[in-house]
Structures are given as structure tokens and as C-alpha cells.
Design a protein around this ligand. Structure first.
Ligand SMILES: Nc1ncnc2c1ncn2[C@@H]1O[C@H](COP(=O)(O)OP(=O)(O)OP(=O)(O)O)[C@@H](O)[C@H]1O
Ligand SMILES: O=C(O)c1ccc[n+]([C@@H]2O[C@H](COP(=O)([O-])O)[C@@H](O)[C@H]2O)c1
Length: 210
């Protein structure tokens, strides 16, 4: 049985906040494959600045960092809103032998109760939550906070013992980087400190985020 992680995002663009944390998570949880999956029609936000093809290309370039990283185009193959529940149902069918992890940052967890059929997510996968500067568990609503406590698992080893059902708060490094700040030019001009070098070159070549 393999440990397969799915890390969904708008990735407009993918940045070191995603990559540094994903790489740390591979080791923390002994993950065999981590799929970085750009969404097609983000359910809860304005449409991305870069095209789907550009976002996928940047994810592919970022995946060259480690062979356990996989650029996943599953959601981009549909024009429907990218509801995570639907995606996980499909992955569960595709990889019935694997333990599935759905990876997100703390900002996503604290608003999880706004997601489509959110209480079904833990029926389909474990949720793995990475810390992010400015976000903490206390920002979740009372009902969501209670739900998280009920499902929380402290020992990473427990994730290997059942194939879904837990919420695990990871110990990945804090990275104060956001795609919004990159798009708005708030980090540095040439992006080299905030995105992988190949992605920075692609952004320049495609004249993105000007
Ligand atoms: N610096 C970070 N540290 C930890 N998790 C992060 C970080 N940046 C993004 N994530 C997580 O990665 C997933 C995809 O994020 P997304 O592609 O929306 O990036 P973002 O930087 O949050 O973008 P934007 O600023 O456009 O909202 C989300 O679950 C988010 O919580
Ligand atoms: O299923 C939902 O209702 C839902 C609502 C908000 C976000 N998501 C997913 O969560 C991931 C991170 O979203 P975002 O907006 O932070 O890039 C991405 O895979 C989204 O498709 C999913």
C-alpha cells in the first residue's frame, strides 16, 4: 500500500511556499508520490491571471525538483468547478489500494466549512494541513474547530494504519510567500527568491504578472 498525496491549488503561480513545504512533507510522512494539482475552475475565488496551460507548465517545471513530485492535470481535464470531494472520489477509484492524503495550508483548513460537501472529505482521504504564517486553528468557526478536534491525529504513524478519516497538522517549515504577493510584485522584481528558478524564467519569458 502506497501513501499518495494530492496537493490542490490554483498555483497562479506555484511558489516556494508550496514547494518547500511539500518537500518537507514527503519526508515527514514517508509519502511515495505527491501530486501537485492545479484546479480548473476554482470554486471560491476569481479566475486565475495565468491560463490553465501556463499554470500546469509552471507546476511541471517545479516538479523537476524531486521525482516524488507529480504534475497532476486531472482537474484541468474538466471545465466544471473543481470540487475536491468529486476529485477525491475519482482518485479513490483510481488508486483503491493506496492511503490518500489531501494536503492544504492552514488558511484552507480554517475555511473548510465553506467547501462543497466538506464533511465528506474525511470519508475519502486524510487531510494534512501545513502551517502558514498568519493563520491558526483558532480562526476556524466553533463547529469546524470541534470537527477538527474530533478527527485530529497526533501521530503520523496512524495515517498509515487506516486509509482515510484523520486530520493531521504537519510540522513543515513556515514560508511567508503567497501567489497574490507574487502577482502584485510585492516580493521581488525577478521572482527568483519566491519561485523555483525555472518557474521564474518561464514567468519572464511569458511576460506574466506584469
Ligand atoms: N506559504 C504557504 N505555506 C503553506 N501552505 C501554503 C502556502 N501557500 C499556499 N499554501 C497552500 O497551498 C494551497 C494552494 O494555494 P494557492 O495556489 O491558492 O496559493 P496562495 O499563495 O494561497 O495563492 P493566492 O495568494 O492566489 O490565494 C492551499 O491549500 C494553500 O493553503
Ligand atoms: O471543494 C471545494 O468546495 C473547494 C473550495 C475551495 C478550495 N478547494 C480546493 O482547495 C485547493 C486550494 O484552493 P485555493 O483556492 O487556495 O488555491 C484547490 O485544490 C481547490 O480546488 C475546494
Amino acid at each position: 500500500m502506497s501513501i499518495r498525496a494530492l496537493f490542490g491549488g490554483t498555483f497562479d503561480p506555484i511558489h516556494q511556499g508550496h514547494i518547500d513545504t511539500a518537500l518537507a512533507l514527503l519526508d515527514e510522512l514517508n509519502i511515495d508520490a505527491l501530486h501537485l494539482m492545479p484546479n480548473s475552475v476554482p470554486p471560491h475565488r476569481p479566475q486565475p491571471a495565468a491560463t490553465a496551460a501556463q499554470r500546469l507548465e509552471m507546476v511541471k517545471l517545479a516538479c523537476n525538483t524531486d521525482k516524488r513530485l507529480v504534475a497532476e492535470d486531472f482537474e484541468l481535464r474538466s471545465q466544471q468547478p473543481s470540487y475536491t470531494v468529486k476529485t477525491l472520489q475519482n482518485f479513490k477509484q483510481q488508486y483503491p489500494q493506496d492511503t490518500l492524503l489531501f494536503v492544504m495550508g492552514m488558511d484552507s483548513l480554517v475555511s473548510l466549512d465553506s467547501w462543497y460537501q466538506w464533511q465528506q472529505l474525511t470519508d475519502l482521504a486524510h487531510l494534512v494541513v501545513m502551517p502558514r504564517p498568519g493563520y491558526e486553528l483558532a480562526q476556524a468557526s466553533e463547529a469546524l474547530g470541534h470537527y477538527i478536534k474530533q478527527h485530529q491525529c497526533q501521530q503520523p504513524g496512524h495515517l498509515h494504519q487506516q486509509s482515510e478519516g484523520y486530520i493531521y497538522l504537519a510540522n513543515t517549515p513556515l514560508r511567508d510567500i503567497s501567489a497574490t504577493a507574487i502577482r502584485n510584485g510585492l516580493h521581488t522584481k525577478n521572482h527568483h527568491d519566491t519561485v523555483p528558478a525555472a518557474v521564474a524564467e518561464y514567468i519572464e519569458q511569458q511576460q506574466l504578472y506584469r
